[in-house]
Design a protein around this ligand. Sequence first.
Ligand SMILES: Cc1cc2nc3c(=O)[nH]c(=O)nc-3n(C[C@H](O)[C@H](O)[C@H](O)COP(=O)(O)OP(=O)(O)OC[C@H]3O[C@@H](n4cnc5c(N)ncnc54)[C@H](O)[C@@H]3O)c2cc1C
Ligand code: FES
Length: 288
Amino acid sequence: MRPNSHRGTIFLEEGEILQRTAYEGEQYLLRLRAPACAKAARPGQFIHLRCQEALPLRRPLSILRAQADWIELLFRAVGRGTRALARQPVGARLSLLGPIGQPFQLPSSEKPVLLIGGGIGIPPLVFAAQILHRRNHGRVFAAFGSEIPFPFAPKPAEFLVSGLPPDVIAAMPLLEDWGIPNRLASQQGYPGCFSGYVTDLARRWLQSLEPTAAAQTEILACGPQPMLAAAADLARAFGCACQVSLEAFMACGVGGCAGCAVDVHTAQGLARKRVCVDGPVFDAHQIF
Ligand SMILES: Cc1cc2nc3c(=O)[nH]c(=O)nc-3n(C[C@H](O)[C@H](O)[C@H](O)COP(=O)(O)OP(=O)(O)OC[C@H]3O[C@@H](n4cnc5c(N)ncnc54)[C@H](O)[C@@H]3O)c2cc1C
Ligand code: FES
């Protein structure tokens, strides 16, 4: 089907499922053919997906990776929509709108970048890592946390990272392949993982930098609200910039209903902003 453009930036496509992989903890990776969305997608943006013909409301899911004519999604089946999506077979076609929303602003190569992802908030940071890798950004560290098994087989890290306990070696293979130092955190005692909050792991990395380098660091974070608040605190403590990707319940997903609005502190005072099109990425200091 030929994609219809929506305001010239959001496309309506019939995404065909090309690959489907199931992981522990009801987590699924889907690769969908969606050429218009794949071409325009940037890290932090999401798609609004019809999970099943019988379900009228679409569900928002972040773009994990975009390449050639496909996009990938990583999601956890938590309710009616995502469970229906998990049952869709390879070859099924699903109506999707995307890419939607304000992406992460990726900093120039002089600034260190700290990616912090928690649970189902990991996908947009993997996408950010992919683009930073393509740009040959040499100063990136990713800290990913999960309290259920990670949706990939962690491997021992090849890249040394100072400031961490020597037994913290578990890393995400994809980022290792891209040459991006990264470590995993959990409170479940998973082998090789940092034992504690993902933001504590991130703090260790920031503490290992020269104070001026730490203050120049740009933090990009996505995950549960308490984790985002902790990332904002971290940024305040080290004097660095921080962008957070928020979640909200969404009806239209394209700016028409204001059902997803949140309070944002602006120079003019408190303002209501729509998470779908004004976000989902916001300056952390405007939210927390
Ligand atoms: C911009 C954005 C990007 C997202 N990216 C991803 C992603 O990459 N992977 C992923 O697994 N999930 C992601 N989500 C969350 C996902 O949209 C919800 O899990 C999904 O809509 C739940 O639908 P459901 O019908 O399965 O569950 P429902 O039956 O609607 O709800 C089941 C449970 O999920 C909670 N829930 C529902 N919607 C949300 C929401 N928007 N935020 C937080 N909790 C919710 C409910 O409180 C309930 O406990 C994202 C959400 C947003 C707003
Ligand atoms: S979901 Fe309708 S405006 Fe955001």
